[in-house]
Design a protein around this ligand. Structure first.
Ligand code: G4P
Ligand code: NA
Ligand code: NA
Length: 193
């Protein structure tokens, strides 16, 4: 997606070879107009599928997901990271290991918001090692719903998440795929072609 890649080049900051800071339009301040275009692009890429629900993870997955939900007129559910007061029996839960923080966190989705009749598009802001996406997939599988695919705003293609998901047979659509970030130089997959 050219609009997104241009924005990453303009306002993204490669803090290291592994970490891209995009807090001016995605992770802290949000560019709603760009998110609207991101939502339209996801819908375009999955336009051959039927989707009844969007599933994401708080907090940064919510903005792009809401744009998809708005345009398709379907609900958006986000996995919660903090403990809620709801009874545990009423929740699907899964573990997410964070490589950066070296800790495991539990995510939770209320059972009443996912059923086996649902056809779910999973969306997230970043795909790195695939831990978050795998936890969301686990939650959908517990519900018996169908996974239509995984939509990612920014995939760090040099990390293993994309390959793991695609090898498992999931359809992954990433709107910007970063090949490398050496010396602050952001290079996208396919730039040389
Ligand atoms: P890791 O796979 O690279 O180890 O990342 P980890 O699971 O620890 O993810 C930590 C958070 O950072 C996640 O968001 C993830 O989406 C995000 N993330 C991973 N790589 C990058 C990156 O290169 N740049 C940015 N900006 N974020 C990245 P989160 O904790 O769920 O936070 P949020 O959704 O509330 O923003
Ligand atoms: Na995230
Ligand atoms: Na994040």
């Amino acid at each position: 997606m050219k609009l997104l890649k241009d924005r990453i080049l303009k306002d993204g900051n490669a803090l290291s070879e592994n970490v891209l800071k995009v807090d001016s339009f995605l992770n802290h301040q949000i560019d709603a107009k760009l998110m609207k275009a991101v939502g339209e692009e996801f819908i375009e890429r999955f336009n051959d599928t039927e989707i009844t629900k969007v599933l994401t993870l708080e907090s940064s997955g919510i903005a792009p997901s809401v744009m998809v939900g708005l345009q398709l007129d379907i609900p958006v559910v986000f996995g919660r990271k903090r403990q809620s007061l709801t009874l545990k029996d009423d929740l699907y839960t899964s573990q997410v290991f964070s490589f950066t923080k070296q800790e495991t966190n539990t995510i939770a989705v209320a059972r009443k918001f996912l059923s086996k009749e649902d056809k779910v598009l999973i969306i997230d802001d970043f795909l790195a090692n695939g831990e978050a996406a795998n936890a969301l997939i686990d939650v959908v599988n517990q519900s018996g719903a169908e996974i239509v695919g995984v939509g990612i705003v920014i995939e760090k293609a040099f990390q293993s998440g994309g390959k793991i998901l695609r090898d498992k047979g999931y359809r992954v659509e990433s709107l910007a795929r970063i090949e490398s970030m050496y010396n602050g130089n952001i290079k996208f997959v396919g730039d040389d072609e």
